[in-house]
Design a protein around this ligand. Structure first.
Ligand code: ATP
Length: 364
């Protein structure tokens, strides 16, 4: 019997709707294994409501509570009444940086039945994994404001890139590229205009590349990259970019795959010293909160990434198969995909597809 301790942090907005849905499909999956696979969930009520009650997004000892878990399933952080920088830094970034989850990994594919916006792009043309540096760079938090509120006010937001930080993310990306069938990596840069840190970024990519002779790699400026993603999607496979560049490119990738409501992400601590965290790319989406229309597919795909990380590859494959059976049916599309199905409809359908495919789950 393999038993995993999973921390659930639903957070805010639709996070509170999609994370319970994720739990439901994981429980349905475990129920098909005759006890071979079990999850022990522990839920943490952190986020905007917690902030209103306690003045912080999560308690001071919150990270300690997460450290003994096998993985974290996270919803979203964002609240219309609280500034975004407080919700982001007080919860999601606190966990990512505190648990040294330095590799943010975002796969993109066009799932069956999804009407993606690129009309000349066949589903097999778009199969990417974007690796985002997750702990430093443009979002290092270095900087400050002086003369606050006066006409001479000045603000500095300093991008910090360390050799160690750049090398470990490049190495992670090359390793990931080497494990994928096409063995291709595109290193996104902006070293024409940013002539210090981004030049070091390029140099380190070239150094790391020497250890991966089997990986075919190239470099692309971030501005040209947006056009290449739209015009030549099949020329890309694995992609590595800085914190800010990848933040933007992954939203574009999610849109090209059909909807933000589908896109998953993993915040990985590759050395496994600390648990990794898995979350849908989308935010709290207050405009649709409480309506029961949030698309839970991103969370299900996220849960499949979590299973893969735990070494439960067969369970992950089975979950994705069930998800793809459901996306293939337009009657089970939520509003973001042009349909009328509810979160509960999609969740129940995925659970039924998992149960219908019931066969004993073998070894991981
Ligand atoms: P945040 O400020 O927390 O980052 P947000 O509310 O500004 O998030 P996102 O959640 O990133 O925005 O999404 C933008 C829009 O896309 C939402 O307002 C919502 O309409 C739609 N959307 C996002 N996720 C989903 C989903 N899972 N299902 C349906 N629609 C979604």
């Amino acid at each position: 019997m393999r038993r995993y301790r999973i921390a659930l942090v639903p957070g805010d907005g639709i996070g509170k709707e999609v994370i319970p849905a994720g739990r439901q499909v994981l429980e349905a999956l475990a129920a098909t294994t005759s006890g071979a696979l079990e999850f022990a969930f522990e839920s943490y009520p952190w986020g905007g409501d917690y902030y209103r009650a306690h003045g912080v997004m999560m308690p001071a000892d919150g990270l300690e509570a997460l450290k003994d878990k096998d993985a974290i399933l996270f919803g979203s952080a964002g609240d219309p009444e609280i500034p975004d920088h407080i919700t982001l830094w007080g919860l999601r970034l606190k966990i990512c940086q505190g648990l040294d989850q330095y590799a943010n990994v975002r796969p993109t594919r066009i799932l069956p039945g999804i009407d993606a916006p690129l009309k000349r792009c066949r589903p097999e043309d778009l199969d990417w994994v974007i690796v985002r540096e997750n702990t430093e760079g443009e979002y290092s938090g270095a900087g400050g404001r002086v003369h606050k509120g006066f006409p001479m006010e000045v603000a500095a937001e300093v991008s910090v890139m360390t050799r160690a930080g750049v090398e470990r993310i490049q190495r992670y990306a090359f390793q990931l590229a080497a494990s994928r069938p096409r063995k291709m990596l595109t290193v996104v840069t902006k070293s024409n205009a940013q002539r210090h840190a981004m030049v070091m970024w390029d140099e380190i990519a070239a150094e790391v590349a020497r250890d991966f002779p089997g990986v075919k790699w190239d470099k692309e400026m971030v501005d040209a990259m947006t056009a290449r993603m739209v015009n030549r999607p099949a020329s890309l496979d694995t992609i590595v970019a800085t914190n800010l560049h990848a933040d933007i490119l992954t939203d574009l990738a999610a849109a090209l795959a059909g909807s933000l409501g589908i896109a998953p992400t993993a915040n990985i601590n590759p050395e496994r010293v600390h648990p990794s965290m898995f979350e849908p790319i989308h935010g709290s989406a207050f405009d649709i909160m409480g309506k029961g229309t949030a698309n839970p597919v991103a969370t299900f795909w996220t849960a499949a990434m979590m299973l893969e990380h735990l070494g439960e590859n067969e369970a992950a494959r089975r979950l994705m198969k069930a998800v793809e059976t459901v996306t293939a049916n337009p009657k089970l599309h939520t509003r973001d995909l042009g349909g009328t199905a509810t979160t509960a409809d999609v969740t129940d359908a995925v659970c039924s597809a998992i149960s219908a495919a019931r066969t004993p789950l073998a070894t991981a």
